[in-house]
Design a protein around this ligand. Structure first.
Ligand SMILES: [Zn+2]
Length: 432
């Protein structure tokens, strides 16, 4: 696949994946279109060699794999990981609030967004609605994805005339300031539940009036991602951290033939610490590996021969803030993925895994950079070290450099996602 259609696909994926549920649904669709067979955790699996499969958990995490020609214990697996979630504002269970100024919806802050970037944006709502059907012997649950797509809310800033300090010491009170304005007083015509029933009816989904409704909804910016810059050298949009990696890995795995054993794990809940069944600390990956290689001896052999590349974006050198970076470890936009190093193991990279990745990049003419944090600033972390610890598989942390991580509109380079895709395409086929 060439860079242009790849980047167009990436922009489309970013724009149509407002939540992890939507991202996973469209990746399943992408993989099924490429011949991956759908598995479900609740079923018995009969796996064939040289075949390709995909399975999800909680509709928000995904594992896809190819089985290869030889036993896993002889080859190991080429594994790639990323996360599907991004910081955002999630709607609270009892959300409706109103005064003379308007009707708002209460929200909780998910992860650590740059809150000031959420003001004065045309916001929409998307997520999952769960309906409980009590007609059978035991309650049945049905999930429906919704995406209102149109702007339905805004978080208006306070005018400079009412806050003369706004350009100096801007502080955001998440409880009082963040609930987005959604209608005039009384304009919601009932509760949020009424509004959701209306959305379901619009999607031609029948729900009995007495059926219980639950929801996991979040707000997102309706401005679509774009190529930006005088020479279109930047990609801007929401959720580049880390849907860019999800897309590059999925496209790379889709290219694999099934002859070489490979696995991609995309976890939800990285932004809130990963301690959930579908997060990296949960047993989703471990359980899939147990079903893939049931014999413990063979599984241990396979693990030791495997390698995991965990991809999560890195901080690119910001032209206005060079002092925030270690000068020798400040990756540039459009100069390739950055290997992330941390002596205190906030990243899982070792000399073994870094050397392997550098060789993959060298033979594909992909430039590669190094990132390490300044010693006088704390270092972030990601799913790499967690996955490495629970599986024992040698792991590399790598990421595409980007600016404004966790802003409602982030910036990356237009070359780097494609570089990552090229390196991962080769890597996924390297264990035959
Ligand atoms: Zn991330």
């Amino acid at each position: 696949m060439n860079k242009r259609p790849f980047n167009e696909g990436l922009l489309h994926f970013l724009g149509t994946s407002p939540t992890p549920f939507h991202a996973v649904a469209s990746l399943v669709h992408l993989l099924e279109a490429e011949g991956f067979q759908r598995l479900h955790e609740k079923d018995r699996w009969t796996l064939q060699p040289e075949s390709r499969y995909v399975v999800t958990r909680n509709d928000s995490s995904l594992i896809a794999f190819t089985t290869g020609r030889r036993p896993f214990c002889e080859t190991g697996l080429a594994m790639g990981g990323a996360h599907t979630d991004s910081p955002c504002l999630k709607v609270k269970p009892v959300a409706e609030m109103e005064n003379g100024g308007g009707a708002r919806l209460g929200v909780e802050v998910y992860g650590s967004p740059l809150l000031t970037t959420w003001f004065d944006r045309d916001l929409s709502l998307a997520g999952r609605i769960t309906t409980l059907d009590n007609s059978g012997n035991r309650p049945g649950v049905r999930h429906t994805l919704i995406d209102m797509k149109r702007p339905v809310a805004i978080i208006p800033n306070l005018a400079i005339h009412l806050d003369r300090e706004a350009n100096k010491n801007r502080q955001v009170n998440p409880q009082t300031e963040l609930p987005p304005l959604i209608a005039m007083p009384g304009g919601l015509s009932g509760t949020l539940e009424t509004l959701l029933r209306k959305e379901l009816t619009n999607q031609e989904i029948e729900v009995a009036p007495e059926a219980v409704l639950e929801f996991e909804l979040s707000f997102y910016d309706t401005q679509l991602p774009a190529l930006t810059g005088y020479n279109q050298e930047f990609i801007t949009g929401a959720r580049i951290d880390n849907l860019l990696s999800c897309f590059a890995l999925a496209r790379a795995l889709a290219r694999s033939t099934g002859e070489s054993p490979a696995l991609m794990v995309l976890n939800d809940h990285e932004e809130v610490g990963s301690q959930t069944p579908s997060g990296a600390s949960g047993n989703f990956l471990v359980q899939v590996l147990e079903r893939l290689i049931p014999d413990p001896e063979e599984r241990a052999m396979a693990s030791s021969r495997s390698l995991m590349i965990s991809s999560d974006n890195a901080h690119a050198l910001h032209p206005a803030h060079p002092g925030k970076y270690d000068p020798a470890h400040s990756p540039r936009l459009n100069q390739g993925p950055a290997i992330k190093y941390n002596a205190n193991q906030r990243y899982a990279t070792s000399s073994t895994t870094a050397a392997y990745f550098k060789e993959i990049c060298r033979r594909n003419e992909v430039p590669v950079q190094a990132f390490a944090m300044r010693n006088d600033m704390p270092c972030g972390s990601t799913i790499g070290p967690i996955t490495a610890a629970i599986t024992g598989i040698p792991t590399l942390d790598v990421g595409v450099p980007m600016l404004a991580m966790h802003s409602i509109r982030e910036t990356a380079g237009c070359e780097d996602a494609f570089y990552l895709y090229r390196a991962m395409t080769d890597f996924f086929q390297s264990m035959a």
